[in-house]
Ligand binder design. Structure first.
Ligand SMILES: [Zn+2]
Length: 226
């Protein structure tokens, strides 16, 4: 490991509302929503768009905006989004490393998937995310370059084996059965005592990121050159 606590945003900006759920880590006590040290190997990278864009009043949200949003829950939201944590966030110009790769983050609220995942959010895409053509644009490529860079940065800080550059797959309870890259929209949710498969899980506030026809190959090609 080459990392230190100051490399991670959520260590330096703890989420005050999640304090009772804080946990011990080799670098100290992270006060954000999460579960202690990862035991299982990483099998998947899960891509998201910002949850906070739902509350953004039409303003474009950057990676740093969203990192602060997770660390400082809006009291008007009754603490609902305090149940949020992610490994890293990328936008057009920048990225923010939030949590080490040897932590389990809250992510999609699936207790199985998050044990085996690195979770990445892509900022500033709220209006465009559902359009597959958007993901082939120069604007989207700026974001995907930063996704690739922040994955590499996470790996440099705290070593892990990158899942293969292919589309992954989960089983009915969210365990990885094909290693690779997926989206939050692919993740089943346990709700009302039943495992809900997408798209039924979307009704429970689950993200439909990024778009059904997201061209993964564009991201994979970028990752090969970073
Ligand atoms: Zn999501």
């Amino acid at each position: 490991m080459n990392d230190k606590a100051t490399d991670y945003f959520f260590f330096m900006h703890p989420n005050r509302w999640s304090r009772p759920l804080s946990f011990e880590h080799r670098l100290g006590n992270f006060q954000c929503m999460g579960i202690p040290k990862r035991i299982k190997p990483i099998k998947t990278v899960v891509l998201h768009i910002l949850d906070s864009d739902q509350y953004s009043n039409g303003m474009d949200k950057t990676a740093i905006n969203n990192a602060y949003w997770m660390a400082n829950p809006d009291p008007n939201l009754n603490g609902t989004h305090a149940e949020s944590s992610i490994h890293a966030i990328a936008d057009r110009q920048n990225y923010v490393v939030c949590m080490p790769s040897d932590t389990i983050v809250y992510a999609c609220a699936n207790p199985n998937t998050r044990q085996e995942s690195i979770e990445i959010e892509i900022a500033g895409t709220f209006k465009d995310h559902a359009n597959p053509e958007y993901w082939e644009s120069d604007d989207a490529k700026l974001k995907l370059v930063n996704v690739a860079k922040v994955l590499k940065q996470l790996q440099t800080l705290c070593t892990f084996e990158m899942p293969p550059l292919q589309k992954g797959h989960l089983n009915m309870i969210g365990q990885v059965d094909i290693n690779g890259f997926i989206q939050h929209r692919d993740v089943p949710l346990f709700a009302d005592g039943v495992w809900r498969q997408p798209p039924e899980s979307f009704k429970y506030g689950q993200h439909q990121d990024i778009c059904q026809d997201f061209p993964y190959e564009i991201l994979f090609d970028i990752m090969k050159t970073i």
